[in-house]
Every structure is written in C-alpha cells, then in structure tokens.
Write a protein that binds this ligand. Structure first.
Ligand SMILES: [Cu+2]
Length: 154
C-alpha cells in the first residue's frame, strides 16, 4: 500500500465513520419520530371531520378566527403542519368528544404543556425564532403518531 493509498483509505474510513454517525443520529431522530408517518389521505379525512365539528361547536370555520387554529381530533393535529409568520399566534383547540390531548415541544427542550380536555384551548405566540418546531401529543405520539409541526417564517 502506498502512502497515497493509505491517505485515501483513511479518508474513506473517516467518511464511512461520519456516515455511520450520521445514520445512527438519524435513526435516533427516527425513534423520536418528529414527523408522523401517517397516510395523508386518512389525515385529510379526519381533518375534514374536525373542521365540521369545529363549525358545529363554535359557529364558524377555524379559518375565520383571527389566530391560526390547530384542532386536536381523533389522535390527529389538524392541520398537521402549520405555517405562521414570526409573531403570530397558534390556538390549539380540542374538538374531540372525550379524549384529552397536549402539545409538547420536546425537541425544543420544553416541558409538556397542560392536557387539554374537550373544548379547551391553548394559545402560543411564535415570536422567539423562525424555523421548524415539531411537537408531540404527550399521551398519543408513541401509540398513534400524533405529531405536528409549526413552521415559523419572517
Ligand atoms: Cu392526543
């Protein structure tokens, strides 16, 4: 083996090692499941029902509110991904009949927020940073992939 080949070899093995580290941290992120792997068509169906339920409960469409609304319904955040501008507010509303849900910005190092029982709401203003903020429902992210994401832009 020439010196040049050894260099090349060590570069390759370093790359392989980095690749391995990259893969293993990716696998960890996979375990944390910061993105739901659910069928978008099923989610759309659930969210259409959530919206109908919202209208029945509050007499208007969630899009008529002066804040962004995320409904919690049938182990689903509706919408799953919401785009907001820096400084805007998101209101989570539990429109389920019995089940309580929560928001938990676990990746951002926050504690789980208080559980919301049916008809309860939580508001959060995203004025601290731009970026993507994945969050989980404390009781249902592991069992039902109840995972959402807030994308904050300028
Ligand atoms: Cu939940």
């Amino acid at each position: 083996m020439t010196y040049e080949m050894i260099l090349k070899f060590s570069a390759v093995s370093l790359a392989a090692f980095l690749g391995f580290v990259g893969v293993s941290s990716f696998a960890q992120a996979g375990e944390m499941r910061l993105e739901s792997k659910r069928d978008p068509a099923k989610i759309a169906k659930i969210c259409a029902k959530a919206e109908a339920r919202y209208e029945k409960l509050y007499g208007k469409s969630p899009s008529d509110e002066n804040v962004h609304v995320v409904m919690m319904y049938k182990y689903t955040f509706c919408p799953e991904v919401i785009d907001v501008k820096l400084g805007e507010t998101v209101r989570w509303v539990n429109v389920d009949k019995r089940t309580s849900h929560s928001t938990w910005f676990k990746e951002a190092g926050r504690e789980e927020d208080a559980r919301l029982f049916p008809d309860e709401v939580l508001e959060m203003t995203f004025d601290f940073a731009t970026g993507e903020f994945p969050y989980l429902c404390g009781p249902h992210w592991e069992s039902d992939d109840m995972i959402g994401r807030v994308i904050v832009s300028k």
